[in-house]
Design a protein around this ligand. Structure first.
Ligand code: SF4
Ligand code: SF4
Length: 458
């Protein structure tokens, strides 16, 4: 078995120790690769897919316009978007309580890009850990210059692709294509942003790497408060493994546990930790150590899963995973939030109306025995089609007089309109009368707005 030395991200002197994790393929690696490639395809394709005329996903913080699965969320819908984001957050918390930091190892784009893209390119160009270490420590000869140039050129190229995709999520793929095909003078800000993000991603994947997960990511730091002794995490079964020790020939009746102290689980760890020391903040649940240890167990003809998905209760008391009170509470919150979110989504209108009575005016007397109030309205067309809007009172005895023509609202835009609502004076019996206005398009009611009408008290 190959001799592997212990890794850590920090030297005794406090200087960073560069990690050279070994790549070992096993069952978990196979599943993780499939999940990663599906997510990578989705990540690169989503900004270029259109649904109902909208980009499939967009997070335009500049214009405060968000699109999820083809559904547009304008500033008026912001609470729905926040609710959806809260739902995602609580789901991640629930998932962490139940399965540890599995999000980090399997779904987080940082890990997927680092382990499934950048690390693979590095192994392809520079070789296995020992070769990579030798190359880094060796002098700058022709071989090193060529390998480093090719690697960093590819890193920069992929960072450029990620940067463009990232920007497509923010400003929209149509705007991104405009930046690409139109003269640069028209898009200085976009052009500079692409290169800033390119260098940020390049820095993250070529230099910072696991430090992002260990030092910068707040989610990793929260792990300690989310896990309990029932959480299923990647763990070393120390009851079975200890006391650890190297296998000696003819040592069939050894007093040792199943861990042969080969350090392979440490060598494959992308964050450089030794899982045998217990659950640690740095563990991203990538399962690389499970695959590595399984391969060792196969070789020494011992059962697999010396390292596996275990809770402390499973290791110590052989209890099966349970659905704890905390998990039940979070699940209940998630179900309630899904119900509220579904209600808001289903009751969303294509045209949003914000209606306000004009300030500083009470009412006006109009010819024909009518009393009028002046209103300002803001109409937002959330669709990708222009709309001709009509607003009429629900009560046939009431009337509307437009200050300007009835509005046509261009796609994804807002217009401000002003109009009088007229009520027959004899129908007014109190200072405030409730009025219902119907917003129509092609004679179809698409929204209903309630407002107050001020009149003279008889
Ligand atoms: S836990 Fe498994 S991989 Fe790790 S040192 Fe022990 S035998 Fe080797
Ligand atoms: S300890 Fe195992 S699961 Fe955790 S990060 Fe290291 S290799 Fe991945």
């Amino acid at each position: 078995m190959e001799e592997i030395t212990y890794h850590s991200t920090v030297e005794a002197s406090g200087k960073r120790r560069w990690l050279y994790p070994l790549l070992r393929k096993g069952a978990f690696y196979k599943y993780r690769s499939i999940v990663s490639y599906v997510l990578l395809i989705f990540l690169f394709a989503a900004p270029f897919i259109k649904l109902n005329g909208h980009q499939f996903m967009m997070f335009n913080i500049i214009e405060r316009k968000f699109i999820l699965f083809g559904q547009v969320f304008w500033p008026q819908d912001f609470f729905i978007f926040v609710l959806a984001m809260l739902l995602v957050l609580i789901s991640i918390v629930l998932f962490t309580i139940a399965f540890g930091r599995v999000f980090c190892g399997w779904i987080c784009p940082q890990t997927i890009f680092l382990e499934m893209v950048f690390r693979k390119i590095e192994v392809w160009i520079e070789g296995e850990p020992l070769a990579r270490k030798k190359l880094d420590e060796g002098e700058w000869n022709q071989d090193k210059i060529i390998k480093k140039t090719v690697k960093h050129f590819l890193f920069l190229l992929i960072s450029f692709l990620i940067s463009n995709t990232f920007l497509a999520y923010i400003i929209g793929s149509d705007n991104l294509i405009s930046i690409m095909i139109e003269p640069i003078q028209l898009h200085w800000v976009g052009f500079i942003s692409i290169w800033i993000f390119t260098f940020v991603f390049y820095l993250v994947f070529s230099q910072l790497r696991e430090l992002v997960c260990i030092v910068a990511c707040p989610y990793g730091r929260l792990q300690g408060v989310m896990l309990d002794k029932n959480s299923l995490v990647v763990a070393y079964n120390y009851i079975r493994g200890e006391p650890r020790g190297k296998l000696k020939k003819g040592d069939a009746e050894s007093h040792l546990g199943d861990c042969v102290d080969c350090n392979l689980c440490v060598a494959v760890c992308p964050t450089g930790i030794d899982i045998r020391k217990g659950t640690q903040l740095e563990c991203v649940n990538c399962t690389a150590c499970i695959d590595a240890c399984d391969s060792v167990m196969d070789k020494i003809h011992k059962p697999r899963k010396l390292i596996g998905f275990y809770s402390e209760e499973m290791i110590v008391n052989h209890h099966q995973p349970t659905f704890t009170l905390r998990m039940k509470a979070y699940s209940l919150i998630i179900v309630a939030m899904i119900a509220v979110l579904s209600y808001f989504l289903l009751s969303r209108k294509d045209v949003d109306v914000t209606l306000l009575r004009a300030g500083g005016m009470l009412y006006q007397e109009q010819p024909g025995g009518y009393i009028s109030n002046l209103y300002n309205a803001e109409l937002t067309n959330k669709t990708v089609y222009p709309m001709n809007i009509e607003i009429v009172p629900e009560d046939k005895n009431q009337k509307i007089t437009w200050i300007q023509a009835a509005p046509k609202i261009e796609k994804e835009s807002t217009v401000k309109v002003t109009f009088f609502v007229l009520l027959p004076e004899k129908s007014i019996h109190q200072r405030k009368t409730n009025v219902v206005l119907l917003v129509k398009q092609n004679d179809k009611i698409i929204n209903k707005v309630k407002t107050n009408f001020l009149g003279p008290v008889n």
